[in-house]
Design a protein around this ligand. Structure first.
Ligand code: HSE
Length: 398
């Protein structure tokens, strides 16, 4: 029997306690021995919770209990969570986490600490919520040189874009529903400005290319400037809009970026709607594989964290610590990446056609037009975009 503790009792912490209790037998089989909930670190009272007998408010109770073998950090953020995570590892306990900010910003350091103390550090729930993604990337695709990862890695923004595109909902209503469903971050700015997707893209790049990528170095654009007119014109052209996190191997290392893309309606990522996430991975031997599933929410994320707890116990003495890479050089500039572009412009056909002779514009209810350019870099696009009276430009997934 091994004891585990949960740090945090928010959306994921609550879901984790439930999933661990519901699937105790299955998880014991996966771990190789029964798992017992020792403590839940809480900040507030939850007098009606069935788990209240396990609540503690003092982290050192968990830290100093030698029977606690694994600690799940589901607090989020990088303040208290960082301090506790270090102390968990220094105390010789395995650490599992769904905290993408902490993994992206301090994961390599925590991984080194875990190796030093011969304990596991697992974070499957940090990218893609309930999708088995990081373990397949690191283990099942071990025989591949990973060339590219491209994914919808934020459930809140995908929920909002889907609701705006398919139900004509406005941004604020869709965001409010995503918050009520427990998908959004405490401060949803991290979702809608692409920061959450950026952290997850950094983790995917770390694991794929062996460079520990600084999330602050990843050019990131969120969805707040995607207008209903963009969605309308995109659909008329045969596309939908998705926020994509992308990272690719380049001759100099790798490039990574997060921005809204037009995705052709026939592309597999175009059919990933609502809170679903998906990640396409290009491997040298396998070709392209796509992982898809619920990317946020209490039980999907808990599903990943619970399996990490079981694996950490199963690997006692032979710890699992994914390689988050070593510090690399500067990221290759994403602006040099050639792609077609979607442009929304003033409906002045002459100016559009003078700047983009191949354009086949469609017209929307706002009176603006939209069209797709030929492949070019963002730098090459700048002058004709201005000449055409461009109002918005989004990259097209080719
Ligand atoms: N806010 C995140 C999302 C939660 O919407 O994807 C899961 O990481």
């Amino acid at each position: 029997m091994k004891k585990y503790a949960i740090l945090g009792f928010g959306v994921v912490g609550g879901g984790l306690a439930e999933v661990m209790a519901d699937q105790a037998q299955k998880l014991a089989a996966a771990a190789g021995e029964p798992l017992e909930l020792g403590y839940i670190l809480v900040r507030h009272d939850y007098p009606d919770s069935p788990f209240r007998a396990k609540f503690v408010r003092d982290f050192s109770v968990i830290e100093n209990d030698p029977e606690v073998a694994v600690v799940a950090e589901v607090i989020g953020g990088s303040d208290a969570a960082y301090d506790y995570s270090r102390r968990v590892l220094l105390a010789g306990k395995s650490l599992v986490s769904s905290n993408k900010q902490l993994v992206a910003e301090h994961g390599a350091e925590l991984a080194a600490l875990a190796r030093e103390h011969r304990v596991s550090y697992l974070f499957e729930g940090s990218v893609g919520g309930g999708i088995p993604l990081l373990r397949p990337l690191c283990r099942c695709l071990a025989a591949n040189r990973i060339d590219q990862v491209c994914g919808i890695v934020n459930g809140t923004t995908n929920y909002i874009l889907t609701a705006m595109d398919t139900q004509g909902q406005d941004f604020d209503t869709a965001l409010k529903t995503a918050q009520q469903l427990g998908y959004a971050e405490a401060d949803p700015t991290a979702d809608v400005e692409g920061i959450d997707a950026c952290r997850k893209t950094a983790i995917l790049a770390d694991l794929s290319f062996g460079w520990n990528v600084d999330p602050d170095a990843i050019p990131t654009t969120g969805i707040t400037k995607v207008a209903p007119a963009d969605l309308e014109l995109a659909r008329a052209l045969g596309y939908t809009v998705k926020l994509l996190g992308r990272a690719a191997r380049t001759p100099d290392g790798c490039c990574a970026f997060v921005e809204p893309h037009l995705v052709p309606l026939g592309h597999i990522l175009a059919s990933v709607n609502g809170v679903m996430n998906a990640c396409a991975i290009q491997g040298s031997a396998v070709g392209e594989v796509v992982f898809c599933g619920p990317g946020a929410g209490a039980h999907p994320t808990a599903s990943a964290v619970a399996a990490d707890i079981a694996d950490a116990v199963r690997h006692t003495g032979n710890p699992m610590v994914p390689d988050l890479g070593a510090p690399g050089g500067a990221l290759s500039p994403a602006d040099e990446l050639v792609s077609p572009w979607f442009i929304r412009a003033d409906a002045a056909p002459d100016a559009v056609l003078a700047a983009f002779p191949q354009a086949r514009p469609v017209y929307g209810t706002s009176g603006e037009c939209g069209f797709i350019t030929g492949p070019m870099t963002r730098r090459e696009l700048a002058a004709p975009f201005a000449a055409a009276g461009g109002r918005a430009v989004w990259r097209v997934l080719a």
